[in-house]
Write a protein that binds this ligand. Structure first.
Ligand code: FAD
Length: 284
């Protein structure tokens, strides 16, 4: 189950980055606990990855064990208004299942790429809805392999963060509202059309690189600084949406990293606003 020297390019949306010294993709909690025990016994530093849609992985790789939860507990069960979904489920597939079952509340998050585990950990959100708005409880596994349940109000959800969740998210329980399936589907279609219209979805990216600064938009500030289309190596500030940095082809993680730094420095120099990154750096 634990592999060595695995290229992480295939495990992140940017399609860049080096190798994981050790890599594991457990499917069930008992396998997860075994992987955690192995890491502990061998004193391997641990890096947690979902499906890699919000990370930039160093070209020099990652020391220790990279644990991806993309395959973990891939199951969704609907019971009345409650939906249980495992960390490895694809968020958008879960949303579609809920819509079909006539359950509303998460349709605004349609089209957010990634796993349920990643969405919980990031408190992902779009169009006014975040994971925290629908979460009821979260199943966790500590780095020592102890399983527990945390109520959503104790998770410390913030803007693209869940500060009190220590360890690995193994599942999410949501409480949704009965609504008309056809209307939910229509809302989903509208959301997907808006995303398609505004986002450069034809190129690898991590979505929004920077968090929204208080009272402003990162994309607007970046555009005002004349950075749209600015390129370092194969990394480019997208023409379609300035808060996206895309891999135009052949980009390295260093290109993307250097472009992120350049954008932060330029925006700070020209506007005084310090852009805080939403993308998570791994191995830097
Ligand atoms: C085109 C595009 C559009 C996007 N649009 C949006 C959007 O509208 N809204 C939004 O919020 N995001 C958006 N994103 C970013 C991304 O889709 C979300 O952050 C998503 O929730 C990441 O899920 P993931 O499984 O890929 O997590 P990863 O990128 O693998 O991980 C993200 C973070 O979560 C941690 N993590 C992942 N899984 C677990 C787990 N099981 N337990 C503990 N920690 C874990 C990782 O350590 C890492 O710090 C977009 C990305 C792209 C590429």
């Amino acid at each position: 189950m634990i592999k060595k020297n695995i290229s992480l390019k295939n495990y992140c949306s940017y399609r860049t980055g080096g190798k994981a010294e050790y890599f594991a993709c457990p499917e069930y909690n008992d396998q997860l606990v075994d992987v955690l025990r192995y890491a502990k016994e061998n004193s391997l530093p641990l890096t947690i990855l979902g499906t890699g849609y919000n990370v930039l992985i160093s070209d020099y790789g990652v020391k220790g064990l990279v644990l991806s939860t993309r395959c973990l507990n891939r199951q969704t069960d609907i019971d009345g208004d409650f939906v249980y979904t495992g960390a490895g489920e694809v968020l958008d597939t879960v949303i579609m299942k809920c819509i079909k079952a006539g359950l509303g509340g998460i349709e605004n998050m349609s089209g957010i790429p990634g796993s349920v585990g990643g969405a919980v950990s990031m408190n992902a959100g779009a169009f006014g809805t975040e994971v925290k708005d629908v979460a009821f409880s979260i199943d966790m596994c500590s780095l020592d392999g102890d399983l527990s349940l945390i109520m959503a109000e104790d998770a410390g959800f913030g803007y693209r963060s869940a500060d009190n969740l220590e360890g690995i998210v193994t599942g999410l329980r949501m409480r949704l509202k009965p609504e008309n399936s056809d209307e939910l589907l229509a809302s989903r279609k509208e959301i997907l059309a808006k995303r398609n219209e505004k986002q450069p979805l034809d190129f690898p990216s991590c979505g929004s690189v920077f968090k929204r600064p208080e009272g402003n938009y990162a994309g607007t500030l970046i555009e005002k600084c004349g950075l749209k289309g600015y390129q370092i190596g194969g990394a480019q500030v997208a023409e379609k949406h300035a808060n996206f940095i895309i891999n135009k082809g052949g980009a390295t993680s260093s290109d993307i990293y250097n472009l992120i730094k350049h954008v932060q420095e330029t925006v700070f120099k020209e506007t005084g606003v310090q852009l805080d990154k939403e993308v998570r750096f791994i191995g830097f």
